[in-house]
Design a protein around this ligand. Structure first.
Ligand SMILES: *Cc1c(COP(=O)(O)O)cnc(C)c1O
Length: 722
């Protein structure tokens, strides 16, 4: 990398005493967010201010009084903790060696460039819509922890993803809360003149200008592109305003910026010779820039493609057709007619790259395009690989379906991000020292069995109360603001009872996820919910995509049900599902429910987050749960269709499990009021899933299957040719 990156000279937090200058370093690197010691440094400065800042140190340090900061700077206890955290942080940032065994990175240039349209990193950066974003966020955090040389590329969305508020009639309303770039952990990337780096993306007239920002995610730099510049005309200016614009042309323009603009930015930053990893097809145009450079050196397209294909990895994330972008040919022509000659291609040859053979007239399919131009392709679970091979068989018509070259790497979650700090402390007491450093080793988790049941249960119960408190606090704030909708919120908040078996269901309101399945047989559900001695309660959360009216109707039906006194106040809906609420939910409910319509769930990750915290999974067998379910770590429901009803008898099976296994197990207490058998299940849930579905296991697999392979094969290539 060359020297165009400089940090601004003016101090970000003028009131910060010299002795605590390190807090600025910490605040500007998201490392703090997955290290409890660092988090506590901010929180203990002023708990109220911490809460009000939305756990955003950038915001908090700007607003704290100098007196308070001075006090901390002279408090020996605080300084002791501060110095310890700073030492850990500095050591972390200076490790040089990749920590993966057998790493091919040593002494060989192997920067991985990771492209993703969304990143779920922390509540202060709302650049995500759902699972894809969290996968990307967890992925780059883990690469940082493993010292894998990686640079991430994405978008600065000043409007983020929409916030959700439910109207009195149950309809979802969307509102936008623009982020203040100066009070978020992002910094400007500066050019050699000391101004923010701005690149120019051609292809359009007028050209599009893109400003570059950076988020430090531990050791990984995440570069974000931003078109919200006065230099741009209004249409260009709004390209990166929000995630997944409904307008098709604007969406194509987003993908041009992400792919072509991203590749150009890398060139300006001096990043060359990289392995390109596309997280979903949105950034697939990035594949073209390397090829174009090689073609300009006098090679033919195919030759140029073959030179780069080995260092290209494409990860597909969904079997749902709407998840694959298809652009009408005239739109592609409009933007690319001046581009394809540079690739040595004519119109037809270019458009052919994006054709789905089964549906050649439908348009330019970004997934087909990415599959063709990548040397390594993968799905995100074993089941999803089977489905993807079937979906894309027509691209490889000469091989049998099971040999279609799409492998799989099952997703995982970043353990330090998703494990609850109290659970972490509990494990610190009973697992071997240094367990967190070896958390992808299943053997390290076996000692969970020696945790006393009472201690395990007490910890969980505390987290359940914390969840309920958090929901009530949200209702209170809504009520204070005088919102009529608060009556609905109160229903959930007030009636939630920590002693009741609590089911959590939170995810996007996409129809295939079947949020309302459990209401299929209302009288039967009613009986379960309203049982006098052994009731259950269900907490729902999730947003419907702004353009998804069927999803919104589903949500409205759910709100109506939640408000119906006939269901006893046992159904709660919490607005505005996001990272913070997800944390409370996956830590605090008793069961995590998932009932998608197979095989639409490519993987699913929220269930992994829950399982890691001892919250067993009750799920239809689909996605990761086909690999995770072992018969004793939760419940697996095998989907069965019946004529004329795609939902089949899944709901019946869930009721049956609740009535005959789950509820009796939960409410059978020992003399000291501990549900001993349930605690055993909780332990099994952690023990069997934590290592296997960790982001560390996932990143290791990507490195072994793809990154290291492309390095060694490239080396062979060099040997052969030079
Ligand atoms: C983990 C997570 C998701 C993805 O969950 P799925 O199980 O894949 O649906 C979505 N949103 C948030 C806020 C999350 O934390």
């Amino acid at each position: 990398m060359n020297t165009t990156i400089m940090t601004p000279i003016t101090p970000l937090f003028p009131h910060l005493p010299e002795r605590l200058a390190g807090l600025e370093e910490l605040a500007e690197n998201l490392w703090w967010s997955w290290n409890p010691g660092a988090r506590m440094l901010f929180k203990t400065l002023d708990r109220q201010a911490w809460k009000e800042s939305g756990h955003n140190p950038d915001k908090m340090l700007r607003e704290l009084s100098p007196v308070l900061l001075e006090k901390a700077a002279t408090d020996p206890e605080y300084l002791l903790r501060f110095d310890a955290v700073m030492e850990v942080f500095h050591n972390y940032m200076t490790i040089e060696e990749c920590r993966l065994p057998g790493s091919a990175c040593h002494g060989h240039k192997c920067t991985v460039i990771y492209f993703s349209a969304e990143y779920g990193l922390h509540r202060s950066l709302p650049f995500y819509a759902g699972g894809l974003g969290f996968l990307a966020g967890d992925f780059i955090k883990e690469c940082s922890d493993l010292c894998l040389p990686l640079v991430a590329v994405g978008f600065m969305y000043p409007d983020g993803y929409f916030r959700q508020q439910i109207r009195d009639d149950g309809w979802q309303e969307n509102f936008v809360e623009s982020i203040n770039r100066d009070a978020a952990p992002v910094s400007r990337v500066m050019d050699t003149d000391g101004k923010q780096l701005v690149i120019r993306v051609p292809l359009t007239d007028p050209p599009i200008y893109v400003a570059i920002w950076k988020v430090d995610v531990g050791r990984v730099p995440l570069y974000l592109m931003d078109t919200d510049l006065e230099l741009n005309d209004p249409w260009n200016r709004s390209i990166t305003a929000r995630l997944y614009d409904g307008d098709l042309e604007q969406r194509l323009r987003q993908e041009i910026i992400l792919g072509l603009g991203g590749a150009q930015m890398l060139k300006i930053l001096g990043i060359k010779d990289y392995i390109l990893h596309l997280n979903e097809g949105h950034a697939a145009f990035a594949l073209l820039e390397r090829i174009r450079a090689t073609v300009s050196e006098g090679k033919e397209f195919t030759q140029a493609l073959n030179e780069h294909i080995e260092a290209t990895i494409f990860t597909t994330h969904t079997p749902v057709p709407a998840g694959h972008d298809v652009f009408p040919f005239p739109l592609i022509e409009k933007y690319f007619h001046s581009y394809w000659p540079g690739l040595g291609l004519d119109r037809d040859a270019f458009l052919k790259l994006g054709i789905h053979p089964e549906n050649p007239d439908s348009g330019f399919n970004m997934t087909a395009f990415a599959l063709r131009l990548s040397g390594h392709r993968n799905a995100v679970s074993k089941r999803h690989a089977q489905v993807s091979r079937q979906m894309w068989h027509s691209l490889w018509p000469d091989v049998p379906e099971d040999q279609v070259p799409i492998e799989y790497v099952t997703n995982g979650v970043h353990v330090p991000t998703w494990i609850e700090p109290k659970i972490m402390l509990l494990l610190d007491r009973y697992l071997k020292a240094g367990w967190m450093d070896r958390h992808d080793d299943p053997a390290i988790w076996r000692d969970i069995d020696i945790i006393p049941d009472a201690e395990m249960w007490r910890t969980h119960y505390f987290l359940k109360m914390k969840l309920i408190d958090a929901i009530r606090e949200r209702s209170r704030r809504r009520w204070v603001n005088g919102d009529a909708g608060a009556s609905m919120m109160l229903t959930g908040g007030v009636f939630l009872d920590p002693s009741v078996l609590t089911i959590g269901f939170a995810r996007r309101f996409a129809t295939y996820k079947r949020a309302l399945l459990i209401f299929q047989d209302l009288p039967r559900l009613k009986k379960i919910l309203m049982s006098r001695w052994r009731p259950i309660q269900i907490i729902f959360a999730g947003k419907a995509h702004p353009a998804d009216d069927p999803g919104k109707r589903l949500l409205q039906n759910l709100i109506t049900l939640a408000r119906d006194p006939e269901l006893g106040g046992r159904i709660a809906f919490v607005e505005d599902y996001g990272e913070q609420l997800a944390q409370y939910l996956v830590h605090g409910v008793d069961i995590w429910l998932n009932n998608p319509l197979p095989p639409a769930e490519a993987c699913g990750t929220s269930g992994m987050k829950a399982a890691l915290n001892g919250v067993p999974h009750l799920s239809v067998l689909d996605g990761w749960w086909e690999e995770g379910f072992n018969g004793k770590n939760g419940w697996g429901v095998k989907h069965e269709e019946i004529p004329d009803d795609p939902d089949g008898i899944d709901a019946g099976k869930i009721y049956h499990l609740l009535e005959n296994e789950i509820i009796p197990l939960y409410y059978t207490m020992s003399e000291n009021s501990i549900p001993v058998e349930w605690v055993k299940l909780m332990k099994e849930s952690i023990k069997s899933n934590a290592a296997q579905f960790s982001a560390r296991r996932m990143v290791r697999e990507y490195a072994e299957k793809f990154y290291f392979q492309s390095i060694s094969r490239e080396k062979n290539y060099e040997k052969k040719h030079f």
